[in-house]
Design a protein around this ligand. Structure first.
Ligand SMILES: Nc1ncnc2c1ncn2[C@@H]1O[C@H](COP(=O)(O)OP(=O)(O)OP(=O)(O)O)[C@@H](O)[C@H]1O
Ligand SMILES: Nc1ncnc2c1ncn2[C@@H]1O[C@H](COP(=O)(O)OP(=O)(O)OP(=O)(O)O)[C@@H](O)[C@H]1O
Ligand SMILES: [Mg+2]
Ligand SMILES: [Mg+2]
Lengths: 254, 254
């Protein structure tokens, strides 16, 4: 039985892509089969995994717009146990192109049906907006994992995000749940991080992961080598925390 | 003669809001009259300036959708010389609502006509996407200021952004120029920052500001006090750098 998890937050730069790649790699490290779907037109997950976009012939755009089968765009990655559905620049046009399409919100869900059961986890890296690509992901997902940066603006957009989740639950996907809330870029030297952490724990309570991801420069260096943190700097705190997070995610699902 | 500058980059979390607030406050510190327009549904500029959204009756949404006059939503801020056009949560609906509207891209430009000449600078804080709100801003703007975070993913989306600028220049706003490229969150302890800086300077050459904004925790703390860095921590490196940036922006325009 596979779990499809959307990684979403419309606030920009909170660690959605970093979590997709490193949670994905850590789940594989624990023996799980993982598919990562890059549905952000920026395609940061695709390049962060070391894939050269010039070599990618077809991508998630072709699946959503031209109804190409998911299997024919699926790529294996340099990480054992992790496959990828890549994104390319033309995905930016999908928002407008999908407006005219019937039941546009269900495109991803329908195309994932054919491949999801080959994997234990399918992670979907969303763009920083609540547009049609994120709504597609929430409709296809069993649950949503919300990365929250330990900064002041982090709390501002949560109301909007939860509102969108409620609307999707009501009209598009009744069984959508919150997988968990992940605190990222925690900086122990500042009060601000502690204040945000306390607010988030008050708001989300047991949904907040025990594992907190610290600000760790190794995490921002790893994608420039096309590697997850586990391969780039396995003994760093960033790597250890994502391995711990994977344990929590696996455990919560049992 | 006022200058309308859009602050845009679809990559999330690169410092668009932080630059809108602190460049705005620093321009006012140099005696300029400034209007900041918050056109991001997250409304981070509005809250970062200490405005309580519950007190905001009308906002940029009403100007774009209900054709309310700009003057009637204009607010003064706690910063001497800086006014604000606020954003609220309903702005998230504008992307969809504007799709059906004729010449939707010109809405902001037309409504700014009535107020722009009261100011030396109008700064427009854009959301992390290249959708209709960012296109509206680029159509209304004389120039675009591009914040770029000194991180690996920073370079990835630049092609898309410049593509959008070119399309706007061709079809919507012939005189749109690049105001400048601002390097943000520079961390002198890492090689990555230096590598990104070198790439950006090779790509944009004289368009890159001499002033580089360092990663500085005071900048991320200031919005939680509803203040620009100049009022929260005037002697910090963050404050000095935004004052220097304002000098460069003023100087370039002469
Ligand atoms: N824990 C961390 N410590 C240090 N740097 C981090 C950490 N997590 C992410 N980063 C860096 O911060 C930046 C933003 O992270 P990332 O791109 O994963 O966020 P995102 O939410 O996917 O952004 P977007 O909204 O643009 O999709 C990246 O340069 C990344 O390398
Ligand atoms: N130079 C800096 N040093 C340290 N922190 C910074 C700096 N500039 C911005 N920040 C912090 O980094 C986070 C992202 O910055 P900001 O919100 O301004 O980016 P943005 O591009 O407006 O994001 P979005 O794409 O969501 O609109 C914020 O929490 C902000 O306080
Ligand atoms: Mg991302
Ligand atoms: Mg912003």
């Amino acid at each position: 039985m596979s779990r499809v998890v959307a990684i979403a937050n419309q606030k920009g730069g909170v660690g959605k892509t970093t979590t997709s790649i490193n949670l994905g790699a850590s789940l594989a490290y624990h023996g799980k089969r993982v598919l990562i779907v890059d549905i952000d037109p920026q395609g940061n997950t695709t390049s962060g995994l070391g894939i050269n976009k010039a070599d990618v012939k077809q991508c998630i755009y072709d699946v959503l717009i031209n109804e190409v089968q998911m299997e024919s765009v699926l790529l294996s990655t340099p990480i054992e146990g992790v496959d990828l559905i890549p994104a390319r620049i033309e995905l930016a046009g999908a928002e407008i192109e999908l407006v005219q399409v019937l039941s546009r919100e269900h495109r991803l869900k329908r195309s994932l049906q054919r491949v999801r059961d080959r994997y234990d986890f399918v992670l979907v890296d969303c763009p920083p907006s609540l547009g049609v690509l994120t709504v597609n992901s929430l409709t296809a997902a069993d649950s949503v994992l919300i990365p929250i940066q330990c900064e002041f603006y982090a709390l501002e957009g949560l109301g909007q995000l939860l509102n969108t989740v409620r609307i999707v639950q009501k009209h598009l996907n009744k069984r959508l749940e919150i997988e968990g809330v992940l605190l990222t870029m925690y900086d122990a030297r500042t009060n601000l991080s502690l204040q945000v952490m306390n607010e988030v724990q008050k708001y989300f309570q047991e949904k907040v992961y025990q594992t907190v991801i610290p600000r760790n420069v190794r995490l921002s260096e790893a994608p420039s080598h096309g590697k997850p943190i586990l391969e780039y700097a396995a003994r760093s705190r960033g790597a250890q925390c994502y391995v711990d997070l994977a344990k929590e995610v696996i455990h919560n699902g049992q």
